[in-house]
Design a protein around this ligand. Sequence first.
Ligand SMILES: C[S@@+](CC[C@H](N)C(=O)[O-])C[C@H]1O[C@@H](n2cnc3c(N)ncnc32)[C@H](O)[C@@H]1O
Length: 288
Amino acid sequence: MGAVAIDCTLGQAGHARLILERITPGGRLLGIDRDPAAIEAGRRTLSDYHSAATLVQGSFGDLGELAAAAGFAGADMILFDFGISSAQLDEPERGFSFRADGPLDMRMDPKSPLTAAKIVNEYDVAEIQRILRQYGEERWAHRIAQFIVARRPLRTTRDLVQAVEAAIPRRAWPRDLHVATRTFQGLRIAVNDELGQIEQGLKAALQILNPGGRMATISFHSLEDRLVKSFFIVESKDCICPPQQPVCTCGHRASLRIVTKHVVRPSAEEVAANPRARSSRLRVAQKI
Ligand SMILES: C[S@@+](CC[C@H](N)C(=O)[O-])C[C@H]1O[C@@H](n2cnc3c(N)ncnc32)[C@H](O)[C@@H]1O
């Protein structure tokens, strides 16, 4: 009771509602999402909680500024549930899905300037390849980038799926993933600067957490999880000097205690009830 929570990825407000159930009366929650549609839906979903829930549109990369402006100087719990929501994925107009035809958009914030269409139609082969390799971990990145450039202009998600299908030899199509999964992931991460925002968001969360407060992250792929894991490891150490250095000169002090020694994965029952949770990985750390 009386706890202060920040949900940095409000989405469809499922977590926010569960948190509010536990911290009210007395507690309050700040809900943040880049997507104005999530904020609008969240206002309806959380309307029972009135002033206990403050919802703001913005990126958690700006968490420090957003929290200060909303009057949340400190927090006892901060949650990040990375990636896109089911509502975004299921709306063809947003361009996130390779299963439905839609515009090549992929922006979480419809006001941000970069779209997937701009990347596929204007960037050179080398830059598209880098995005697909680095953010999509796609080993066919070079060929896909060449096919994309040869087929310009690409107008819809179907055009993109067809370029990927043509670029990857049929025998090399993954068995457990849609053939365009990695391409879509890479573009989405680039369009929304997802990894840069995570790095900034984690640092800001550490500043805002009250001593004893906890931050929890839910990642959906190894790029996100790796950032969290290394952030937690570095911030839980008293010294981050290179191992060969005989005397510490960094002056770094641990500010986190890792609560989940190993990443937590969903149970088989949870995956059966919610198949989209199958690749989720939870990590929790506590501010010292
Ligand atoms: C997996 S969903 C969250 C689902 C949510 N936990 C729920 O219970 O419904 C991820 C949400 O985070 C938002 N998001 C992703 N990156 C963000 C960022 N940098 N800043 C703010 N919101 C972000 C997306 O717009 C999306 O609505």
